[in-house]
Design a binder for this molecule. Structure first.
Ligand SMILES: Cc1cc2nc3c(=O)[nH]c(=O)nc-3n(C[C@H](O)[C@H](O)[C@H](O)COP(=O)(O)OP(=O)(O)OC[C@H]3O[C@@H](n4cnc5c(N)ncnc54)[C@H](O)[C@@H]3O)c2cc1C
Length: 382
């Protein structure tokens, strides 16, 4: 089905992103997969092409294109199309940019935004801990005030860009007695601060070229100038940004589905068994027809969410619906497409095999399917 949300300037931008990935990412993909990390300089190149940093105001060296999530969606879609899971561009654009643009004060903007726009400052957000993931109210990393500093102690795990990050937005409990809405503060921990250490780059099932790390904070003195947003309001700041993060994951899911389905259609037309193309067996044809229908329907819903986000009307429930349904579709679709590839679907040189491993995290991070259904259930008064 024809998509209707994009205009000529978006199509042009898509060409730029596609060309950038073809030249700067795809040739290095294999190497980055075995290294377990991408070349950090890719962020600087990406910023030059406007693939990241486009939402930062021009006065700080960014592209000045804020409030149009269609640009964000194009980056996510082209990364999925290129099967490029390493560059954490959606993390920078869709998850971190809102913190950096909307929660920072003027002094922080002047200090951080120019490097964020140029790709020299890679940012991460650290919520999850060994003992607290879905239930963020269980966060134990804490900070107490000492003079003009906050003294931060605790550990985080599964942090995307945890190795590359120059600035980590850490969620810390700053009031042990308050309820969640007043208990947490976001602290900007910078590379090199004494007491801040990174663990190993974690070995994962998929997304091998994206660094994911454990982070430890041992009495790190974080100046109060690095408090991001308001003291005690960290939980509310997180909640505000989650719909956009979840929509970003849904955009990736649908784009990945479209790419892999098209790839599989090509395959089943050329692969023969019992004297005929395997796609012409009715059982396979019907499975593919079902998936084709589901991907189209998912795309329409996600496009509608993009329009709503731009209009400021996307609520957490609709974003949760988009996130769980599209990422679960992605799992089902990959399973079927892999099955249709036969033994070749098990070989890493076939993109469907890599997609199988890379996609598994989609129903877990950014809030699991169960948590999405919990949110939807609550909206139903249950
Ligand atoms: C590759 C990767 C990258 C990540 N990047 C980041 C990052 O950059 N920053 C960050 O802070 N975190 C990050 N995470 C962490 C991720 O968000 C968490 O793993 C996720 O939120 C789930 O938390 P958990 O792993 O502690 O699982 P748990 O919370 O222990 O959940 C385990 C299971 O219990 C289920 N469950 C939990 N509560 C309920 C409930 N109420 N009802 C029904 N079922 C429930 C869950 O759905 C899940 O199936 C990343 C994780 C991975 C693997």
């Amino acid at each position: 089905m024809q998509r209707e949300i994009f205009e000529a300037e978006h199509d042009q931008y898509r060409e730029t992103v596609r060309e950038f990935l073809a030249r700067y990412a795809t040739p290095h993909q294999q190497q980055w997969e075995s290294d377990g990390i991408i070349d950090k300089y890719l962020y600087v190149d990406a910023a030059k092409f406007g693939v990241i940093g486009f939402s930062v105001p021009e006065e700080f060296g960014g592209g000045g294109v804020a409030g149009d999530f269609r640009y964000n969606a194009i980056v996510a879609e082209e990364l999925a199309r290129a099967s490029s899971g390493g560059p954490a561009f959606t993390l920078q654009n869709d998850v971190l940019a809102p913190y950096m643009l909307e929660l920072t004060n003027d002094e922080q903007k002047a200090r951080w935004l120019p490097a964020f726009a140029s790709g020299e400052l890679v940012v991460a957000v650290a919520m999850t801990e060994p003992g607290a993931g879905s239930d963020l109210q269980g966060i134990r990393t804490s900070a107490h005030r000492d003079g003009d500093d906050w003294v931060l102690t605790g550990s985080k795990t599964f942090i995307s860009s945890g190795i590359h990050a120059d600035l980590v937005i850490v969620v810390a409990r700053t009031d042990p007695d308050a309820k969640a809405s007043a208990a947490f503060t976001l602290l900007g921990v910078e590379r090199g601060m004494p007491g801040f250490t990174r663990g190993r780059n974690l070995e994962k099932l998929g997304m091998h070229s994206q660094d994911t790390a454990e982070l430890t904070f041992d009495q790190v003195r974080v100046p109060s100038a690095n408090v991001i947003g308001e003291v005690g309001k960290g939980f509310l700041h997180l909640m505000r940004n989650l719909p956009m993060e979840r929509l970003s994951i849904a955009v990736t899911a649908v784009a990945s589905c479209r790419t892999l389905l098209d790839m599989t259609l090509e395959y089943v037309k050329s692969r023969k068994a019992f004297g005929t193309a395997i796609g012409s067996f009715q059982a396979n044809k019907f499975e593919l027809a079902t998936l084709e229908t589901e991907v189209d329907l998912a795309q329409v819903y996600v496009d509608r969410c993009i329009t709503a986000l731009n209009a400021g009307t996307l609520d957490g429930t609709d974003a949760a619906k988009a996130k769980w349904w599209t990422t679960e579709l992605q799992q089902r679709l990959i399973y079927t497409c892999q099955q249709l590839h036969g033994g070749y679907g098990f070989m890493m040189e076939y993109p469907i095999a890599k997609a199988y491993a890379d996609a598994r995290i989609q129903t877990i991070y950014g809030g699991s399917t169960q948590i999405m259904k919990e949110i939807i259930g609550r909206s139903l008064g249950l």
